[in-house]
Write a protein that binds this ligand. Structure first.
Ligand SMILES: Cc1cc2nc3c(=O)[nH]c(=O)nc-3n(C[C@H](O)[C@H](O)[C@H](O)COP(=O)(O)OP(=O)(O)OC[C@H]3O[C@@H](n4cnc5c(N)ncnc54)[C@H](O)[C@@H]3O)c2cc1C
Length: 387
């Protein structure tokens, strides 16, 4: 939380190191992201050049150990995600996909050779990674994927299409999940491999400062060593997603905080009927309700972060956090927009940009509906999402 909006004095729940990481990330966002973000969003520009600076700050794969990664605790990683997303969900998405999907998949499921080959340069931001699970006809139900990997002598040959892949057009390496005779397996695909093409997903109204691609794999031939040896079954892919979702639990609250700060400031200076908007009871109710939700969301995020650091965090608990943070952050962004009136619909203020971004954040890494049903299943023992 910023000091201004840290109504519940949650700052005292953080260690000195956690505060330092948060403040460093916030400084980076203030200097490098905020002055440019409206233009990037308007032009649909993905700032690839930020990768090296993010790497120099140690923010890429920051919760991983070794191979040039910072090895921070989970709470620090969450706080960094929050500060990045206070800048823009697109910037946080780049970092989440690089660290929690691409690098984590290699760190957790890769061979020693794969780790040594890819992780140091991904951590430094010299290379960019992406993660291809979703397909045009397999979103919430990734088990229905059609991408295949078949053995051909010592090689693997991959065919299929992946959709909505963050960082996909600029990536140097893609973690691709494909169906084999033995089940779903993960593969590392250098994006220069013949038969691999990436196409930008155009006409996006959300996450415009993020790169989103359709990946086509047309007879992509890889050596036997390209398979992630531990990447067996859909469960492995879902473990990676769980890491990224944890970052969203914190991250979405950063977008909400930025909106609330903006609305508070605006309401204090904009005058109608002879007094500031902040003086109207209806405005104060909105501000108070949003402050409550932001504070409750932060308490939940910090609690889940402490559970993760203690090694006991379950996927269902992450679902609770992802559902709460994204739902409340989106509600806060929309409410803040009303406080800004007409000005709220422009890029002069961050609120509608955040609201538009949060539509994606509500949907990717498991939709709000799917996380609701995960919690429902944990409560009842019945899986309502399966036919
Ligand atoms: C900008 C962006 C970036 C992304 N980045 C990546 C990435 O890097 N890598 C990657 O692999 N994927 C990525 N995704 C894909 C994302 O994870 C999927 O969009 C998401 O899983 C939902 O899939 P879908 O869009 O196919 O929607 P669908 O699965 O078709 O769902 C549509 C609606 O139906 C609901 N629904 C579906 N099934 C059920 C059910 N059983 N019960 C109740 N409701 C249900 C959903 O909740 C949703 O509301 C990204 C998406 C976006 C928009």
């Amino acid at each position: 939380m910023t000091t201004d909006l840290d109504f519940l004095d949650l700052d005292r729940l953080l260690s000195e190191e956690e505060r330092l990481i948060r403040d460093t990330t916030r400084g980076f966002v203030t200097d490098k992201v905020l002055p440019e973000i409206a233009g990037w969003f308007e032009r649909g520009h993905f700032p690839r050049e930020l990768a090296k600076e993010l790497g120099e700050l140690g923010l890429l794969g920051m919760h991983l150990e070794g191979y040039g990664c910072a090895g921070t605790n989970a709470v620090s990683y969450g706080l960094a995600a929050l500060e990045l997303e206070a800048g823009d969900s697109g910037v946080r998405s780049m970092v989440s996909v690089q660290g929690s999907l691409s690098m984590y998949s290699i760190h957790r499921f890769g061979s020693d050779e794969q780790r040594a080959e890819w992780l140091p340069r991904l951590a430094a931001g010299e290379l960019v990674g992406c993660f291809g699970l979703t397909e045009p006809d397999a979103g919430s139900d990734p088990a229905s994927m059609r991408t295949t990997a078949r053995r051909d002598g010592p090689d693997w040959v991959l065919d299929g299409t992946k959709m909505w892949i963050t960082n996909g057009n600029v990536a140097d390496v893609a973690t691709v999940w494909a169906r084999t005779d033995e089940g779903i397996r993960g593969f590392l695909v250098p994006t220069g491999t013949p038969g691999f093409t990436a196409r930008p997903v155009g006409r996006k109204l959300s996450l415009r400062a993020s790169d989103t691609a359709e990946l086509v794999l047309d007879g992509v031939r890889l050596p036997g060593t390209a398979r992630l040896p531990g990447g067996n079954g859909l469960g492995a892919a879902l473990k990676c997603l769980n890491e990224a979702r944890f970052g969203i639990v914190f991250g979405a609250l950063g977008a909400a905080r930025e909106c609330l700060e903006t609305a508070l400031e605006y309401a204090g200076t904009r005058t109608q009927f002879g007094r500031p908007l902040a003086g109207f009871q209806l405005t104060q109710r909105k501000l108070a309700d949003m402050t409550l939700e932001l504070g409750k969301g932060m308490l939940l995020a910090l609690h889940l972060g402490r559970l993760k650091d203690a090694g006991t965090l379950t996927p269902e608990q992450v679902s609770v956090g992802k559902l709460n943070s994204t739902r409340e952050a989106l509600a806060i962004a929309r409410e803040c927009r009303t406080i800004l009136g007409g000005s709220g619909i422009t890029l002069d203020y961050p609120v509608l940009r955040h609201a538009l971004n949060l539509e994606t954040v509500l949907t990717y890494e498991g939709t709000a509906e799917m996380h609701t049903l995960v919690v429902g299943q944990a409560l009842t023992g019945l899986a309502a999402f399966r036919g």
